[in-house]
Design a protein around this ligand. Structure first.
Ligand code: TYD
Ligand code: MG
Length: 448
């Protein structure tokens, strides 16, 4: 016998009034697990059916699966999924409140409704709230004829509905607002999220209807309840983008049917989300000539995105207290390391200066290939020398001050050439083929 806290998911062997893990009162529930004895007792009289995989491949029911991708109507969204939705695929989509999950899904529903019937389970909003959003998004009358909305939050009822009537896609907004009869607890609790997720997954797999679940997450960045769903679903998508900029980037954290490397870029407008088909230049600021700014590049799947890195370096004078190293868009430890390398090997002493670094546009860069751009921006800020914005910087900085070429260089150079950059500063590596770009190899950080 086990007890599970329906607020935090911790498991206990004994019941108590208060959860020792999260401190909530009255949240421990008995977990009824069907214990199967391992002894000789026969619990079930049935035998699992099985057949050879060749036979299965030739049978008709394997044909309808996997290969046919269902396009969502948005190329950017399909790209992240690996080419579109697959029959029976279950997708979990999460992101901070207000980032645009419901907006995007309603837009997808409207696009798909041209061909198929779509079921939109709106557990969070009333249909009239959904209508007001619809008015913003849809200009054409009759476009929404095939989008069906339900307010029913019982997954068993949804199961029965979708098994009897054919839908091309089921959207559940959100998994925290629906509940299942098989579990106690209020909607949004761990046990309800788990039970509802299991019912909806079974529904998808049995009927072949793709299903997108919205998973709310809190502002701290945890996908509180839905974390446990990540194991069951086929694909976990995450939308990022700040409140203060219009771009939204979709990534997949897990994808059984595609790469997890691709990104999709959207722009939030007053009439919903628009695809940004060619995002390589959207994260750049103006071409103004000031010191402390350098253009870097990141590689995301089949895509190259240029980012502008800005740095501000302030002499501390007589001020005391810890040095400030503020990093926006790159990891703080990485900035600390780059500052140390610059001080020790790069000929720019930063031990008495505050350093602020920002990546324009609100993107977060984890790729070390942006190191060279960060160091160049800092050096440019210290020396107050303007860098030529027609050149990009691409390379990883090591602890000895050496600059390495990194993976993806070829695609970065081709893309830079395509969008019209004049040249590139790259790490110590050889370039294949002939390029029109002026390429300068920077071997060491002191040569920047
Ligand atoms: P929403 O889809 O409700 O977010 P989520 O479901 O992820 O919580 O998005 C709400 C935000 O999007 C809100 O701040 C308003 C903005 N928005 C627009 O800017 N333009 C639009 O056309 C719509 C529908 C919303
Ligand atoms: Mg919403």
């Amino acid at each position: 016998m086990k007890y599970v806290c329906n607020s935090c998911g911790s498991e206990f062997l004994k019941w108590s009034g208060k959860c020792n893990s999260c401190g909530e009162w009255g949240t421990l529930e008995e977990l009824s697990e069907n214990v199967v004895s391992t002894g000789n007792t026969k619990v079930s009289n049935e035998k699992s059916p099985y057949r050879s995989i060749t036979e299965y491949r030739e049978s008709s029911d394997s044909k309808k699966g996997s290969k046919n991708r269902i396009s969502s109507g948005f190329e950017e969204f399909d790209r992240v999924l690996g080419g579109g939705l697959i029959e029976g695929e279950i997708v979990l989509m999460s992101g901070e409140p207000g980032v645009g999950k419901s907006t995007l899904l309603l837009q997808i529903a409207l696009k798909l409704a041209q061909k198929e019937r779509i079921l939109y389970v709106c557990g969070e909003e009333s249909p009239s709230q959904l209508l007001s959003r619809l008015d913003r998004l849809s200009s054409k009358k009759g476009e929404s004829k095939n989008v069906f909305v339900t307010n029913d939050i019982l997954v068993e009822n949804i199961f029965n509905l979708v098994s009897e009537e054919k839908f091309g896609l089921v959207i559940v907004d959100s998994i925290q607002s629906v509940s299942s009869l098989t579990s106690k607890g209020y909607p949004g609790s761990i046990s309800q999220v788990r039970a509802s997720g299991a019912v909806l997954t079974r529904l998808s797999k049995l009927t072949g209807t793709p299903c997108i679940l919205v998973g709310q997450m809190n502002k701290v960045g945890d996908i509180a309840g839905p974390k446990i769903l990540e194991h069951i679903v086929d694909c976990v998508l995450y939308i990022e983008g700040g409140e203060f900029n219009q771009y939204r980037v979709i990534r997949s954290m897990k994808n059984r049917f595609g790469s997890t490397n691709e990104i999709g870029v959207f722009e939030m407008t007053s009439v919903g989300l628009n695809e940004v088909g060619n995002p390589s230049l959207v994260f750049l600021d103006s071409k103004s000539a000031v010191s402390g700014s350098a253009i870097g590049a990141i590689v995301q799947g089949s895509r190259v995105v240029f980012v502008e890195v800005q740095a501000l370096v302030v002499e501390r004078g007589a001020e005391v207290g810890p040095l400030r190293r503020v990093a926006n868009g790159i990891k703080k430890p990485r900035l600390d390391m780059l500052c140390a390398v610059l001080s020790r090997r790069g000929g720019v002493y930063l031990g008495d200066k505050d350093v602020f670094v920002n990546v324009v546009g609100g993107v977060t860069v984890t790729d070390p290939a942006v190191d060279l751009a960060v160091c160049s921006a800092i050096k440019s800020a210290v020396k107050d020398e303007v860098l030529d914005k027609e050149y990009i910087y691409f390379g990883e900085v090591g602890l000895t001050g050496e600059i390495r070429g990194t993976w993806g260089l070829d695609s970065v150079l081709s893309e830079a050439q395509r969008v019209g950059y004049k040249g590139a500063y790259i790490g110590n590596t050889s370039v294949r083929g002939k390029k029109e770009l002026k390429i300068s190899v920077v071997k060491n950080i002191k040569d920047i």
